[in-house]
Ligand binder design. Structure first.
Ligand code: PMP
Length: 400
């Protein structure tokens, strides 16, 4: 296995040390094969908003698995998941289920190109939309971590939060779609400036460009209706993943009914999948969305994130937070884009990561990622993280 892993960041290349091999997860905790327990702030990179092995999700998976794991034919869980998504996200008038966020992004790009008759894309430096070629330019997440890059002449890249640059690029060239993480979470967390998303909406309307929100992380995370609800901006297309699979492989893309009518078999834009809309994955996602709807955890999640942010006040770090998503950067300058994020002292982050592992807290193994909380991170768990975080930060800062 290249790097010994199935996905690059897991190899700990950015922080050093030995990747932990996880054998089980329970609530806010994971346990490795050597029997050590950690408070988990990765939470399957945001998929597990209810915590590991939530009883209702486990029950839904078991029940569906007993009925069969895959049919390659329409089934009830996918219908119910699609109905729930379109009800909770009004801009998603129609939806197609796929198996990952990457697939959602590449499928939406194909649709946007067919709908506009244009090929160029505009994305933001440090954003990550999966590993589709056309969207890898200046990517964040693992690309940022590993210093990889790819140039794609069909992809225009401008700084996140730079509305004038984005608008100018759209005026200068025909672009099929602007694809944006409404809260950037793959350069670490960077909030959209007030007016940034609404400004993109206007610039897209002015130039006949489609606006695609990548809500693979933010969907059902920053609010029940995602970032589009939180910021009140309606995209043409939305990408989803993570939470809608409840920890199993699912992605989705959806949006305006007239656009989605172009997808096969109704229209000419071909896109298919053997395991698309997999019944077990959809049952897990549906169980997750039901719990979120019945007992929305967003206030509690946000308070917990706020506590961690406030605990760092007075230290020479910058804590970016959007709803419950947060990242600690080792810089005292504000971080509003990728360039700002890259000013962080990543060696200090690597120390923090290792020190917190020793203290039983598992951070994402890269500076350029969001820290994820779940409904299982109760006050006692958050206190434990807070205490360890502040203690380790102070030590690292004093030693610099
Ligand atoms: N978009 C965003 C915003 C993501 O964070 C990710 C993955 N972290 C993806 C797309 C790709 O999703 P996947 O890993 O499921 O292919």
């Amino acid at each position: 296995m290249p790097g010994g892993v199935s996905s690059p960041v897991r190899a700990f290349g950015a922080v050093g040390g030995t990747p932990r091999f996880i054998r089980r997860g329970e609530g806010a905790y994971v346990e490795d094969v050597d029997g050590r327990r950690y408070v988990d702030l990765v939470m399957s990179w945001g998929a597990l908003i209810l915590g590991h092995a939530h009883p209702e999700v486990v029950e839904a998976v078991k029940r569906q698995a007993e009925l069969g794991t895959s049919f390659g034919a329409p089934s009830k869980p996918e219908l119910e998941l699609a109905e729930t998504i379109t009800r909770l996200m009004p801009a998603v008038e129609r939806v197609r289920l796929v198996s990952s966020g990457t697939e959602a992004a590449m499928s939406a790009v194909r649709l946007a190109r067919a709908a506009t008759g244009r090929t160029r894309l505009l994305k933001f430096a440090g954003a990550y939309h999966g590993h589709y070629d056309g969207l890898l330019a200046a990517g964040g997440s693992g690309l940022a971590t590993l210093g990889l890059d790819s140039t794609e002449e069909q992809t225009l890249v401008v700084p996140y939060n730079d509305l004038p640059a984005a608008a100018a690029a759209l005026e200068a060239r025909d672009v099929a779609a602007v694809i944006v993480e409404p809260v950037a979470a793959n350069m670490g967390v960077v909030e959209p400036r007030p007016g940034f998303l609404a400004g993109l909406r206007e610039a897209c309307d002015r130039t006949g460009t489609l606006l695609v929100f990548d809500e693979v992380i933010t969907g059902f995370r920053v609010a029940l209706g995602g970032a589009q609800e939180l910021f009140g901006v309606r995209p043409d297309l939305t990408l989803l993943g993570k939470i809608i699979g409840g920890g199993l492989p699912v992605g989705a893309y959806g949006g305006r009914a007239d656009l989605m009518a172009m997808v096969a078999p109704e229209g000419p834009v071909y896109q298919a999948g053997t395991l698309a809309g997999n019944p077990v994955a959809c049952a897990a996602g549906l169980a997750t969305l039901r719990v979120l709807e019945r007992d929305p955890p967003y206030g509690r999640l946000e308070s917990a994130a706020e506590r961690l942010q406030e605990a760092c006040a007075g230290l020479p770090v910058t804590v970016n937070r959007a709803a419950s998503l947060l990242t600690v950067f080792f810089t005292d300058q504000p971080v509003t884009d990728y360039e700002g994020a890259r000013r962080s002292d990543t060696a200090a982050f690597a120390r923090l990561h290792g020190d917190l592992l020793d203290a039983g807290v598992y951070l994402p193994p890269s500076q350029f990622e969001a820290w994820f909380l779940s409904g299982a991170h109760d006050t006692a768990v958050v206190s434990r993280v807070e205490e360890a975080l502040v203690q380790k930060l102070k030590r690292i800062i004093a030693a610099r």
